[in-house]
Design a protein around this ligand. Structure first.
Ligand SMILES: NC(=O)c1ccc[n+]([C@@H]2O[C@H](COP(=O)([O-])OP(=O)(O)OC[C@H]3O[C@@H](n4cnc5c(N)ncnc54)[C@H](O)[C@@H]3O)[C@@H](O)[C@H]2O)c1
Length: 252
């Protein structure tokens, strides 16, 4: 019960890494708010966790809309009385991305709106509520693409690189309020979206080989987030934890 008594919001908690994290946090005693755009997935995750005795609610949320993010933060505090943890997870890379000379402008703004602004908004509304409760822990979703030069994903790398920088600056800004801000930088993680690409053979042998221990499982990322969210990491802030199967060390 590493999160006993804590209240956590997990954005994009209805699928993939976010869902793995909702399930793990609930097992570890947290009361969890699933902030998810896809209502069917959000409700299904809530129902599955509740059936196993977990305490969680689903709040339909679009992380790129200020009113929506404010509403889910308010809902968390109204329901559970406090807010301790925010995992800004919603987002992800898409096939419509590409090199800066080719990627559609809409793709750039989509990444900025969902991945980066979504993270910004979560922090904007959550931090004052965490301060009211005496502090908290924020975990942001960066990526190995935010740490390395990676071709053909320039909108995504721009957003994840910015999240990495924002994580460090917020860590310095809010340490005085006992708020820690860290990020996880996962390599290729076998969510449904990525599994489909693996099955289609759409991932090159070079990229496969760069994952020295094989692809990452969503639960591997969830365990890293759990550590950063819990008091076990109470003196860790501004850190980017690579859950990368050796990708950033072994490449090239
Ligand atoms: N899967 C990977 O290989 C990988 C690797 C590195 C980093 N990441 C990062 O991890 C995070 C989760 O990735 P994933 O692979 O689990 O994605 P996923 O597509 O499996 O799940 C993302 C979830 O976010 C939700 N979502 C999308 N837009 C939203 C919005 N505007 N508001 C609220 N919810 C929204 C989706 O409905 C979905 O449930 C992303 O930030 C991604 O960039 C993933």
């Amino acid at each position: 019960m590493r999160l006993q008594g804590k209240v956590a919001i997990i954005t994009g908690g209805g699928a993939g890494i976010g869902r793995a994290c909702v399930e793990l946090f609930a097992r570890e005693g947290a009361r969890v708010v699933i902030a998810e755009l896809d209502a069917a997935n959000g409700q299904a995750t809530r129902d599955a966790v509740s059936a196993k005795g977990g305490d969680c609610i689903f709040v339909a949320t679009d992380v790129s809309e200020p009113e929506s993010v404010k509403a889910v933060v308010d809902a968390a505090v109204e329901r559970y009385g406090r807010l301790d943890i925010l995992y800004n997870n919603a987002g992800g890379s898409t096939l419509s991305d590409g090199p800066v000379t080719k990627a559609p402008f809409e793709e750039f703004w989509r990444k900025m709106k969902v991945d980066l602004f979504g993270t910004w908004l979560g922090c904007h509304y959550a931090i004052p509520r965490m301060i009211e409760g005496g502090g908290g822990s924020i975990v942001n979703a960066s990526s190995i693409y935010g740490l390395t030069g990676t071709p053909n994903r320039d909108a995504y790398t721009a957003a994840k690189g910015a999240i990495t920088a924002l994580t460090r600056s917020m860590a310095v800004e809010y340490a005085r309020d006992n708020i820690r801000v860290n990020a996880v930088a996962a390599a290729g993680t076998t969510t449904e979206r990525v599994l489909a690409r693996i099955k289609e053979n759409a991932i090159s042998q070079k990229v496969r080989d760069a994952h020295l221990l094989g692809f990452v499982d969503p639960t591997d990322v969830a365990h890293a987030v759990l550590y950063l969210a819990s008091d076990e990491s109470r003196t860790t802030t501004g850190h980017i934890l690579a859950v990368d199967s050796g990708y950033t060390s072994g490449r090239g």
